[in-house]
Each structure stands twice: as structure tokens, then as C-alpha cells.
Design a protein around this ligand. Structure first.
Ligand code: AMP
Length: 284
């Protein structure tokens, strides 16, 4: 396995692979890899001849008061995991390699990819202004750098997945986006690199997020599909120490709000446990 941090080195390898008609899979991550990331890598290995995992804590998708500086960086451990999973290249660029010096000055000096307002001005985009512009920009850059045939994204970040599918379609990118299911701890907590911030008490409280989603799923299977009823149930299940950002019910094809839960409804929660912002969802 190669650990590369220069764009030109990635290009040399992908050129060589293309000349041999190998298919390339990209798994974009911010590192601090866990079993959720590993499931994406395994899927990529099944699907593609060559697999690139990018590890890059992308500064432009973090707000000024968010955890960019504090975000866990565990590149040695991550490289070992990637190697054990048969990854061909780990691409771990610096922010300067990705953005040059422009990044330090202002957003006005850089080209951004801006997803449709309708999909950005809601859910996580509402409380994280500029976040999805940052995600769309870095993912587009990673696509241009690594030229994948397939790119693998977790359903854990459902809004991100929806937006990236839309970008690929709208900008005619010849890339297959492969959604991958959420990997959870045995007790239901969705795996996240940010779980490492949680104290035992905060983790306990955070567990009620997945519990609320499972409760909704259970009630839906018993025939209850009214969003108001299901919303109230979720609120009653969440620990009172959890600071709720949103519970949203959206059609995962159109991203429109729904009043009745049905096939393909996304039920998404974002909430803080202590100072840690967590997201989780189910798709019916
Ligand atoms: P991140 O490193 O948090 O940017 O995540 C990189 C990719 O891993 C994204 O496509 C996430 O949706 C995905 N991912 C993160 N956590 C999980 C999880 N628990 N299960 C499945 N995919 C995940």
C-alpha cells in the first residue's frame, strides 16, 4: 500500500491504472477510521480493481466555532487499518496541498461548488452554514484528483449522500455513487469519529438518539405513519439532557418534507450530547 500526500503522485498511479483498464474506487474520509469506514472500504474492494482511501480533515467544511482543530487525527492507525483491508493507496494531503495559500485569505479567492439551496438550507445545513459548500467542493476536487469510477459514501450522512448524488447528476460526472448502510455499536449507537469526544454519561444519553429512531421504526411497523405522532414519540424517547437540533421526516427521492411516513422516508436526527454534535437516521 502507498501512503501519498501529493496530488501529482496520485495522478501518476491513476494514469497507470487507467492504461490497464482497472476500475478505481474512492472512499473519502476525514480519518479516525472505525468499522463504519471499514465497511465502505470492504464494499469498494468488492466492487473495484483498485481502491483509494482519502484521509483529509477538510477545513472549509467546518464553521468557525466547530471542531476542526480538535478533530481526531490518527494517520498511523488509519494507515494500518487500510493496509489490512487491502487498500492500494491512502491519500492524505495537507490543506496547503489541497487549497494552496488561498485558503488562508477568504472564500472570495477560491472556486466553490454550491449544491442546490433547497437541499442545503435545511437539516444540518441550517445549523452549519457553508458546510455543504465545503463538502461539495472537496469531494469534487477529490474526484478530479483520483478519477474514480465508483465512490462510496455512508448513509450515516444522509443529506451529504443526497447532495453528492445530485451534484454528480447535475454536473455530468461519470462516477457511480454507492451508498453504504450505517454501521452501529451492539447497543445501537451509530459509529462516528466524534464518539471519542463523549464521556460515559454523554454516551449513555446519546444512545437515546438511535433508540428514538428504532422506536419510530417499530411504531411504523405497527401501522402508525403520522409524522406528528412519531415526532412526539421520538421526543419522549430522547434523554432530556440531549440538546435537539432537529428531527426531520423527508422523502429521500425529492428531499421534500412528508406528513406520512412511507417507503423511502428519511427520518433524521441531529442533537448534541454535551458539546458533541451527533447525527443519525433511518430510511424506511
Ligand atoms: P467521515 O470520516 O466522518 O467524513 O466519514 C467518511 C465516510 O464514512 C462518509 O461517507 C460517512 O457517511 C461514512 N461513515 C461514517 N460513519 C459511518 C457509519 N457509522 N456507518 C457507515 N458509514 C459511515
Amino acid at each position: 500500500m502507498l501512503l501519498l500526500n501529493k496530488i501529482q503522485d496520485i495522478r501518476k498511479n491513476t494514469k497507470e491504472w487507467k492504461s490497464q483498464s482497472y476500475t478505481i474506487g474512492l472512499v473519502p474520509t476525514m480519518g479516525a477510521l472505525h468499522k463504519g469506514h471499514a465497511s465502505l472500504i470492504e464494499k469498494a474492494k468488492e466492487t473495484c480493481d483498485k481502491v483509494i482511501v482519502s484521509i483529509f480533515v477538510n477545513p472549509i467544511q467546518f464553521g468557525p466555532n466547530e471542531d476542526y482543530n480538535r478533530y481526531p487525527r490518527t494517520i498511523d492507525q488509519d494507515s494500518k487499518l487500510c493496509e489490512s483491508l487491502g487498500v492500494d493507496i491512502v491519500f492524505a494531503p495537507t490543506a496547503i496541498e489541497m487549497y494552496g495559500d488561498n485558503i488562508k485569505t477568504s472564500n472570495n479567492n477560491y472556486t466553490y461548488v454550491c449544491p442546490p439551496y433547497n437541499y442545503v438550507d435545511c437539516l444540518c445545513g441550517k445549523s452549519r452554514p457553508g458546510h455543504f459548500d465545503g463538502v461539495a467542493t472537496v469531494v469534487t476536487k477529490l474526484f478530479n484528483i483520483t478519477t474514480p469510477n465508483y465512490a462510496f459514501f455512508g448513509q450515516k450522512d444522509a443529506q451529504q449522500l443526497f447532495i453528492l448524488k445530485r451534484i454528480v447528476k447535475d454536473l455530468n460526472m461519470d462516477i457511480n455513487i454507492i451508498p453504504c448502510p450505517i454501521v452501529r455499536e451492539d447497543d445501537g449507537l451509530a459509529l462516528s469519529s466524534r464518539n471519542s469526544y463523549l464521556s460515559p454519561a454523554e454516551r449513555n444519553n446519546a444512545l437515546t438518539i438511535s433508540k428514538a429512531l428504532m422506536k419510530i421504526k417499530q411504531l411504523y411497523s405497527e401501522g402508525i405513519n403520522d409524522v406528528n405522532v412519531l415526532f412526539d414519540t421520538a421526543i419522549a424517547t430522547l434523554n432530556p439532557n440531549i440538546e435537539l437540533d432537529y428531527i426531520e421526516f423527508r422523502d429521500f427521492t425529492t428531499f421534500e418534507k412528508v406528513e406520512k411516513v412511507g417507503k423511502n422516508t428519511l427520518i433524521a436526527i441531529a442533537a448534541k450530547s454535551g458539546s458533541t454534535r451527533l447525527i443519525d437516521n433511518i430510511i424506511i
